[in-house]
Design a protein around this ligand. Structure first.
Ligand SMILES: Nc1ncnc2c1ncn2[C@@H]1O[C@H](COP(=O)(O)OP(=O)(O)O)[C@@H](O)[C@H]1O
Ligand SMILES: [Mg+2]
Length: 293
């Protein structure tokens, strides 16, 4: 299948082969993570945490009592079949669902120990701290430079600071070298992969602490996907990352921790290595080995 920007969709070979490769990749993670133990989990710092989070659209409950820690400076992957609530969960982490009138939650979402659904919370500053990158690159229809400068400007950066912010942010997003000579070009003239890195730059421009990625590569070709994955791996030095992906190889390549959702429930959470090599729950094993989803 060829997507609108003529790139080949990476995810069309979803299936058993992909899962087998993911398991093989996860076996190589031992240099990134020690063997799983309760002790190891205790050494992580928790940046965010959901406590018994449930979510409804009208009367339909789509998340059921999710309690999940999100560790600081780590990449956490959320996997699970389509419709199991991954995107809903992700959007609950920065209150993006507030704009959906039928959406309602119970439970808590903590950011540095503070409930983001507390009345005291200012949603604009919350979304500055917890940024988001979506499935389809969605740059603003304006210049490359202004896409990056917009957020800092709105949040009070001085005009004379903006050029330096644009450069340093585009460098962080591994895009500077490709666009430094065309900063005034319309962002929509970039390739799909460049547009997605620009959207990452836009998220980074306001100095977030957590970045949420909802299937950020599903519209990209393998080359562009590899660049985004490298970037995500680098970002965790400075940020906490949560990524929704239905690509098992991607989860195995980029994440330190993986959680498996099904029918709105958290079925299992552990280090990525443990989830792919020897999951505790049969349902996780069946999903990873391609028996459903
Ligand atoms: N805005 C909405 N209004 C009503 N139902 C929704 C809305 N968004 C998602 N849903 C439903 O909630 C469930 C979870 O969806 P979603 O979070 O998008 O799952 P996933 O990202 O895992 O595919 C699905 O049954 C979906 O149809
Ligand atoms: Mg989704």
């Amino acid at each position: 299948m060829v997507s609108p920007d003529n790139s080949i969709k990476r995810d069309e070979n979803d299936g058993a082969d992909q899962r087998a490769l993911a398991i093989a990749l996860a076996s190589d993670l031992s240099d990134r993570l020690e063997i799983v133990s309760e002790e190891f989990l205790k050494t992580e710092k928790t940046k965010m945490e959901t406590i018994n989070l449930s979510h409804w659209y009208n009367e339909k409950r789509v998340l059921a009592g999710i309690s999940l820690p999100i560790f600081k400076n780590k990449v956490t992957a959320i996997i699970g079949p389509s419709g199991c609530g991954k995107s809903t969960f992700l959007r609950d982490l920065n209150r993006m669902n507030d704009i959906i009138p039928t959406a309602r939650i119970s439970g808590e979402v903590l950011l540095d120990g503070q409930n983001i659904y507390d009345n005291k919370i200012d949603v604009v500053s919350l979304r500055k701290r917890v940024g988001m990158v979506f499935q389809r690159p969605n740059p603003f229809p304006m210049s490359i430079e202004n896409n990056v400068a917009y957020g800092p400007y709105i949040h009070g950066a001085q005009p004379e600071e903006l050029a330096a912010i644009v450069e340093s942010t585009l460098r962080k997003a591994a895009l500077w070298e490709e666009v430094r000579d065309r900063l005034q070009d319309n962002a929509l003239s970039l390739s799909g992969g460049q547009q997605q890195r620009l959207c990452i730059a836009r998220a980074l421009s306001v100095e977030p602490e957590v970045i949420l990625f909802d299937e950020p590569c599903s519209a990209l070709d393998p080359h562009a996907t590899a660049k985004i994955e490298d970037l995500i791996t680098n970002l965790k030095k400075d940020y906490t990352v949560v990524i929704v992906t239905h690509n098992m190889q991607q989860a195995a390549r980029v994440s330190d921790y993986t959680t498996f959702f099904n029918f709105g429930e958290l079925i299992e959470f552990n280090t990525t290595r443990k989830i792919f090599k020897s999951p505790e729950r049969k349902m996780t094993e069946e999903y990873i080995s391609g028996r459903f989803g």
